[in-house]
Structure formats: structure tokens, C-alpha cells
Design a protein around this ligand. Structure first.
Ligand code: AP5
Length: 215
């Protein structure tokens, strides 16, 4: 199993790029830690109930909760799959746990894609984000609007604004990214795995840039 880690600040476009790369490519699988957690919160599992407060404030949920979810999912995948891992790891402890998980299933990290987007663009992107609660499709009111306002193109469900997309929480999420997640650039840089990609431009252009740096 090959793992490509998508690393970038909140709103840098990780989910948008992953959706484009996986569309029509059955060999690529998108695994988003945020989606796993939001699903657990919706289903009121014990992990979801515990995670909810952390997510609302923009803090990281405890490592053991998310590491267990991602680890279980990875362990159930086929050895031949390539996984786009979006949102995990988020700190060096999670990165160490991922190494142990991959050693146990013969997987390897083949690249860490660092999406670079300035903070002012991030704030604009997050302010206009809308998501489909049913199929997970992502939109932006200006940059990537649905055909019909407020309605998902893919499944017709009513689009929602994520609870953690308010200005106060976004400020905290950006600070958490800088303090806890950004050090992963050096962590994986020491293994020569980091591929920096300019995250500005149309989503298709950004996805193409990412495709070009994949091994
Ligand atoms: P998570 O869901 O992972 O959120 P995030 O990292 O903050 O990232 P986002 O989903 O906000 O952004 P994205 O980069 O995917 O951008 P998107 O493509 O949507 O995590 C949420 C919370 O869960 C965390 O705060 C934490 O509490 C918890 N959590 C998750 N993982 C964890 C872990 N490992 N450990 C502990 N806690 C964890 O794009 C954003 C917007 O911009 C969209 O509207 C999109 O349409 C638009 N857009 C995208 N690309 C472009 C473009 N090129 N041009 C114009 N608009 C664009």
C-alpha cells in the first residue's frame, strides 16, 4: 500500500484536490480524518461524542481517537491501493503512530504533498465553503458554486456551512496548524518526501500540479 499525505492549512484545498484526483481513478482512495470524525459525530459514537467539543473549538482531538480510526481503516484496505491521506497525521506523535501502522501492514509513505496557500486566501476560501452533509461534495459560494444555490449538484441535498468554519474557530485552527502540524514539513523533509505545490489557481490546475509530483 502506498500512502500520499496531503499536508496543508485548513482550507488550503486538500479535500478539493483529493476529490479531483480520485474521480475516475479506482486505484486511488481518499481518506479524510476530518470526514471520519464528522461522521462519528453525526452517528453519536463514543469517539464522536468525545471529539465534538475539540472540533468546535478548532483544537486537535486527542491522538488516540483519530489514530485508532485511521489505523483501523488503513488496516482494512487492500495492499495494492494508493491512499490520499488528508488531515492525518497532524503532529509528530501521529506521524510516529502512522509509521507503526504501516510497518504492520507493509505500507509505505511515497510522498508528502505540501499545499501552499497564503492566510488571506485561506480565510476567504473557508468563509465561502459549503458542504454536502449527504455525499460529502464540497463547494464555494463564489469560486465553486453549485448549479442551484444551496443544493448539491451530485445528490440534491441541501448544502450546509461547517460548524467549525466561523471566524473565531478558523483563527484557532490556523494557529494549531502552525504550531502542531507545520513541523511535519521538517519531519518528512528529513526523509526527502516533501513535494511543495502552489495551491493558488483553479482547482483543476492545482490538482494537475499535485498529480505531476506524485510518484
Ligand atoms: P479537517 O476536516 O481535516 O479540516 P482542515 O484540515 O481544517 O481542512 P479543511 O477541511 O478545512 O480544508 P481543506 O484543505 O480540505 O480545503 P477544501 O478543499 O475544503 O479537520 C476538522 C477538525 O477535525 C480539526 O480542526 C480537528 O479538530 C479535527 N481533526 C481532523 N483530523 C485530525 C487529526 N489528524 N488529529 C486531531 N484532530 C483532527 O477547500 C476549502 C474551500 O476552498 C472550499 O469551499 C473549496 O471549494 C475552496 N477551494 C478549494 N480549492 C480552491 C481553489 N484552488 N480555488 C478556489 N477555491 C478553492
Amino acid at each position: 500500500m502506498k500512502i500520499v499525505i496531503l499536508l496543508g492549512a485548513p482550507g488550503s484545498g486538500k479535500g478539493t484536490v483529493a476529490a479531483r484526483l480520485t474521480a475516475g481513478d479506482a486505484a486511488l482512495r481518499h481518506v479524510s480524518s476530518g470526514d471520519l470524525l464528522r461522521d462519528a459525530v453525526r452517528r453519536r459514537t463514543s469517539a464522536g461524542v468525545e471529539a465534538e467539543g475539540y472540533m468546535k473549538s478548532g483544537a486537535l482531538v486527542p491522538d488516540k481517537i483519530i489514530a485508532q480510526m485511521v489505523g483501523d481503516l488503513i488496516a482494512g484496505l487492500d495492499a495494492g491501493e494508493t491512499v490520499l491521506l488528508d488531515g492525518f497525521p497532524r503532529n509528530t506523535d501521529q506521524a510516529a503512530t502512522l509509521d507503526v501502522t504501516l510497518a504492520g501492514c507493509g505500507g509505505e509513505i511515497s510522498a508528502v504533498v505540501q499545499l501552499e496557500v497564503p492566510d488571506e486566501v485561506i480565510v476567504e476560501r473557508i468563509a465561502g465553503r459549503r458542504s454536502c452533509p449527504k455525499c460529502g461534495a464540497g463547494y464555494h459560494v463564489s469560486f465553486l458554486p453549485p448549479k442551484q444555490e444551496g443544493v448539491c449538484d451530485a445528490c440534491g441535498a441541501e448544502l450546509v456551512t461547517r460548524k467549525d468554519d466561523n471566524p473565531e474557530t478558523v483563527k484557532n485552527r490556523l494557529a494549531v496548524y502552525r504550531e502542531q502540524t507545520f513541523p511535519l514539513v521538517a519531519f518528512y523533509g528529513a526523509r526527502d518526501l516533501v513535494r511543495k505545490v502552489d495551491g493558488l489557481g483553479y482547482p483543476d490546475e492545482v490538482a494537475e500540479r499535485v498529480r505531476k509530483v506524485l510518484p
